[in-house]
Design a protein around this ligand. Structure first.
Ligand SMILES: Cc1cc2nc3c(=O)[nH]c(=O)nc-3n(C[C@H](O)[C@H](O)[C@H](O)COP(=O)(O)OP(=O)(O)OC[C@H]3O[C@@H](n4cnc5c(N)ncnc54)[C@H](O)[C@@H]3O)c2cc1C
Ligand code: SF4
Length: 334
């Protein structure tokens, strides 16, 4: 581990000031950052501890709910406003990690957590464009069972752009289906980013996971007025029933009028560099009766254009089956 300074700040303003230092990183729950520092994947020279700046409440607003960036995953999952109005988010959070980790992990940190690609997390493997830009990608010809089938950059093992990593969060998949917004503040002021645009595909810069700029601090996540309360479901397919990341996950919300779908929010996890949302799949559901046939059409659209590798071809069929099952469950009730 490299030497670093530690600065516990007590306000957003102080966090912003300290966060502009070269090599600085914000410390939330530390459940991802500290692990990566121990293995030398992350090497910040300054840690700015933001655990004492407030931003730890969930409040109802005129247009929905506002979640402070420091709200712990457990507190969020069990908050009465969330369980009553956004059970999809609660279920997704509770499907992630373990109770101990959820007690520590924050909303902002969860949004920013890094991929679980084995080659990224282990510096014994020199080729990883995300960790060491320009070094190539060990995963593409390696053990790529957990890797992306959609939205990846695949220009071959030695290209400086190739990356087939997936985003590991459960919470974020629900945020995509719910149409959340991310509030940030930084050296250039405040801005609000739709969560759909917050995470990046690898494109030609796999090192960059999100559109967050240098020194920008996530302050809150907002959710629009709830419309999927009665009909939503989160399904996580994984190797073990607990304490495992998703091979594929699905967050689905349906706004129903009798058996007719008025609108839908649908997102896949574990298949791409960011949660995967396909507007055409949601559009095909709108105005239709809730049937297995229409859900199967939406499932096909969700994986349209998929490309697989030696060890992850199973994900395409798994994703389709999971989409249909999740929509069937959501249509019945939350
Ligand atoms: C064994 C294990 C199993 C896990 N299983 C799952 C799982 O099944 N599903 C799942 O979704 N997750 C899982 N996780 C990941 C866990 O959810 C994340 O580690 C956690 O959400 C990160 O939150 P944190 O507050 O601890 O972030 P930190 O580790 O503190 O920070 C992570 C990153 O976010 C940045 N950051 C933190 N807060 C802010 C902010 N407000 N503004 C800007 N940047 C910020 C930090 O600088 C850092 O780069 C698992 C983790 C472990 C260790
Ligand atoms: S998939 Fe991405 S994170 Fe994994 S080795 Fe390749 S470049 Fe690195």
């Amino acid at each position: 581990m490299n030497p670093f300074s530690y600065n516990r700040v007590t306000s957003s303003e102080a966090a912003l000031h300290a966060g502009t230092a070269q090599g600085a990183k914000f410390l939330g729950g530390g459940t991802n950052l500290i692990d990566l520092m121990k293995s030398d994947v992350e090497q910040p020279t300054a840690l700015v501890d933001i655990n004492h700046i407030g931003l730890d409440t969930v409040v109802m607003t005129a247009n929905g709910v506002r979640i402070g960036a420091l709200v712990r995953n457990s507190d969020l999952a069990n908050h009465p406003l969330i369980t009553a109005h956004y059970p999809l988010l609660s279920h997704a959070l509770l499907a992630g990690a373990s109770p101990q980790l959820r007690n520590r992990a924050t909303t902002g940190g969860n949004l920013m957590q890094r991929t679980r690609c084995y080659y990224f997390a282990d510096t014994a493997f020199p080729a990883c464009n995300k960790r060491a830009p320009g070094s190539g990608c060990a995963a593409i010809n390696g053990f790529n069972r957990i890797h992306a089938i959609l939205g990846q950059t695949d220009e071959g093992v030695t290209s400086a752009h190739t990356c087939i990593a997936t985003h590991p969060s459960d919470m974020c998949v629900a945020l995509y289906a719910l149409g959340a917004m991310v509030e940030v503040t930084g050296p250039k002021g405040k801005r609000v980013i739709p969560v759909l645009e917050f995470h990046r595909l690898p494109g030609d810069d796999p090192a960059k996971d999100t559109v967050l700029g240098e020194g920008e601090l996530i302050t809150a996540v907002t959710l629009p007025t709830a419309k999927f309360t009665k009909h939503s479901w989160y399904l996580k397919a994984r190797d073990r029933q607990s304490y495992a990341f998703a091979l594929v996950s699905v967050a689905a919300g349906l706004e129903m009028d009798g058996n007719t779908i008025k609108s839908a929010g649908l997102a896949l996890g574990g298949v791409a560099h960011k949660p995967w949302r396909v507007p055409e799949a949601e559009a095909v559901l709108a105005g239709k009766p809730a049937t297995r046939e229409i859900f199967a059409q939406a499932a096909e659209l969700m994986v349209k254009g998929a490309k697989t590798y030696d060890h992850n071809a199973f994900k395409v069929e798994l994703a389709k089956q999971c989409v249909v099952k999740t929509l069937m469950q959501a249509a019945q009730s939350t």
